[in-house]
Design a protein around this ligand. Structure first.
Ligand SMILES: *Cc1c(COP(=O)(O)O)cnc(C)c1O
Length: 388
């Protein structure tokens, strides 16, 4: 039976603690970058096991700032996956460098280390692996390649706040890691992001450049400590996080682990129900010794067995009053990338394969189990109806 009420694909949630913190911040008069941002950075440093955390207003900003701090610019090449959000590749272009795609593993959707090696040239400076849906990339292999060819690694961990890889917390492994606190992400501040690193020099550069490139403690220039003269030391960016955003993040982050338990439970309910369904491939099993951040639950449709395509499947889900998403359609086939770099269908067959088949189902801790079973019933109904 069709659900009577629309089930939204994803929405953030807050509690009294966020309201209280936000109100305190509002009343303090210090809304911009200040003590709450510092508190959130320290909390995130403890959580991510990264020595330095630089809070910014998005993961996109964190990645741009990170590449900038690494000195990447015109004439350089940066290797990343075509199965990602547009901003992962856009930021490479913002630095003046060239994005170079390497195909993914068909099972996991994560960048394939063997494909990375094929794309390395004299101009290659960095690799941006993306932990798709929350599943850590094969970082041992990627780190080894980076060492051998003297490349930087900047992880796009927008999906992977809670993830671990081989005993190490994501955020503590590579030169730099970028996290997202966008509204739909597991830890949400509306807009927000974090750049983490164990390298003091990178952290110092990022800290200054996230706020106009003016001398370090310039955000304090109107505090009670007295007027602080400031000086431009670099043509920086306006990427700083506000205390208002940090007020949300402080409490959202505290709940991440409890939420992960619910996400794990829901993950298993979906997988158990969909494994037997002919026409649908559930997410690949977890590799040993990793923690998957369970950000998105994405199935692949076996289009060869169906009379509809992926977008028609999503339309049918909406007709059942259920929202859905696509993470992601292969980026090299988007208009700008086709036109600018001459990419064509067939360039990255695995990314295209996943990009045409992937569907993200509603998946968040404040869904009820009844909501989950509604999604499962709707998926089964549509697949059974449109199976060849
Ligand atoms: C959400 C997302 C981003 C961008 O995050 P913002 O905080 O919105 O800039 C980058 N990469 C991936 C894989 C994402 O899903």
């Amino acid at each position: 039976m069709r659900r009577s009420k629309f089930l939204i694909f994803g929405a953030p949630r807050f509690f009294q603690a966020e309201l209280k913190e936000m109100l305190e911040t509002l009343r303090s008069g210090w809304w911009g970058t200040g003590p709450k941002v510092l508190q959130f950075e320290n909390q995130f440093s403890e959580y991510s096991h990264a020595k330095y955390c630089v809070a910014v207003n998005s993961a996109t900003a964190a990645m741009h700032l990170g590449l900038n701090a690494l000195g990447i610019g015109p004439g350089d090449e940066v290797i990343t996956t075509p199965l990602t959000f547009v901003s992962t590749a856009n930021v490479i272009i913002h630095t003046g460098a060239r994005p170079v795609f390497a195909d993914v593993d068909k099972l996991t959707g994560n960048i394939d280390p063997k494909e990375i090696i094929k794309k390395i040239t004299k101009k290659t400076k960095a690799i941006i692996p993306v932990h798709l849906h929350g599943r850590p990339c094969p970082m041992d292999e990627i780190t080894k390649i980076a060492k051998k060819y003297k490349l930087f690694v900047l992880e796009d961990a927008a999906h992977a706040t809670e993830a671990w890889y081989h005993g190490k917390k994501i955020g503590s492994i590579s030169d730099l890691t970028a996290f997202s606190f966008y509204v739909t992400k597991n830890v949400a501040t509306g807009e927000g992001g974090m750049l983490t690193t164990n390298n003091k020099n990178s952290a110092d550069l990022a800290r200054v450049r996230r706020l106009h490139g003016i001398s370090a403690d310039a955000w304090k220039r109107y505090s009670a400590e007295g007027y602080k003269p400031y000086e431009a030391v670099y043509p920086g960016f306006k990427y700083n996080m506000m205390d208002l955003q940090a007020s949300l993040g402080i409490h959202q982050l505290k709940r991440a682990e409890a939420n992960l338990k619910i996400r794990n439970k829901y993950w298993q309910i979906y997988t158990k129900a969909l494994t037997q369904l002919d026409g649908v491939i559930p997410p690949a099993p977890d590799e040993p010794n990793i923690v998957h951040a369970r950000h998105l639950y994405a199935i692949n449709l076996e289009l060869e067995k169906l009379t509809i395509d992926r977008n028609q499947f999503i339309d049918a889900l909406y007709k059942e009053n259920i929202g859905a998403g696509v993470h992601f359609s292969a980026l090299h086939l988007h208009q700008y990338y086709r036109k600018t770099f001459g990419f064509k269908r067939g360039n990255f067959p695995n990314a295209e394969w996943v990009g045409e088949r992937t569907v993200s189902l509603p998946f968040y801790p404040h869904m009820s189990q009844k909501d989950l079973f509604d999604v499962i019933s709707a998926v089964k109904k549509i697949i059974n109806y449109y199976r060849k």
